[in-house]
Ligand binder design. Structure first.
Ligand code: G3P
Length: 227
């Protein structure tokens, strides 16, 4: 009997920003799998929501989260209808509320990607998975701010999702520093979304810089050139 090859999932990197220059810059590395925005990031960009979302969707092929602002299910559905017409890769972001999860269920049943945001407990993440969420966004930084360990929340959600083979992807959000990224990878989170400065910090190591300096000094002493 031929066994099928084991599918090894990758950890996806999303940029948590609505700044186009940063998104283009990160997309050029080939390491960017998607983008998340929220009303605060849109306000910070100073751009028109629809226009900037359309431009982001044209830069990245992966999911681009655009958040509804209504609080009731009926209006959330109307907003989602407008947002999902922007591009095929728009992922509708809804808050983790009763109405948000009703909207999540209706949209995912219809084949639309949904990111359930503002998740602060493993029980909430369980509800999001049962509502068919494509992604659930636990906010680790804000959890830390409130004296809790944000990464413990990710561990709990990973355990619960694996217990029941939920397909909802754990999208670690409110990432503030590189250790959040490291811990997310150790735990096996599916996605992490971080501000561009945190993603850039992942590349850095003082010994890499020091090593390059040393190699370049020694290379210069040879008087050679490759080109
Ligand atoms: O991904 C959610 C994020 O935008 C919130 O981050 O740093 O405001 O808690 P922060």
């Amino acid at each position: 009997m031929v066994s099928s090859p084991k599918v090894i999932p990758t950890m996806k990197f999303f940029a948590d920003t609505a700044e186009l220059d940063d998104i283009r810059d990160l997309a050029a590395t080939g390491l960017l799998d998607g983008v998340t925005t929220n009303p605060s990031l849109i306000a910070k960009s100073g751009r028109d929501f629809m226009e900037v979302t359309r431009e982001i969707c044209a830069i990245v092929d992966g999911p681009v989260s655009a958040e509804v602002v209504a609080l009731d299910h009926a209006t959330m559905m109307k907003e989602a209808e407008v947002l999902r017409r922007i591009a095929d890769n728009v992922c509708i972001k809804v808050p983790l509320t009763v109405d948000g999860l009703k909207t999540c269920k209706a949209l995912t049943d219809d084949g639309t990607m949904v990111n359930v945001t503002l998740c602060f407990s493993a029980n909430q993440a369980l509800l999001a998975a049962k509502a068919g969420a494509t992604f659930v966004s636990p906010f680790v930084g804000r959890h830390d701010d409130n004296g809790m360990d944000g990464m413990d929340l990710i561990r709990d959600i990973r355990l619960i999702y694996d217990n029941y083979a939920f397909e909802t992807e754990i999208l670690v959000a409110s990432v503030r520093h590189v250790v959040h990224v490291l811990e997310s990878a150790r735990i096996g989170a599916d996605v992490m979304t971080a501000p561009p400065k945190v993603i850039h910090a992942l590349f850095n190591h003082v010994l890499t810089d020091k090593g390059i300096d040393g190699f370049l000094k020694d290379w210069a002493s040879t008087g050679q050139s490759i080109l």
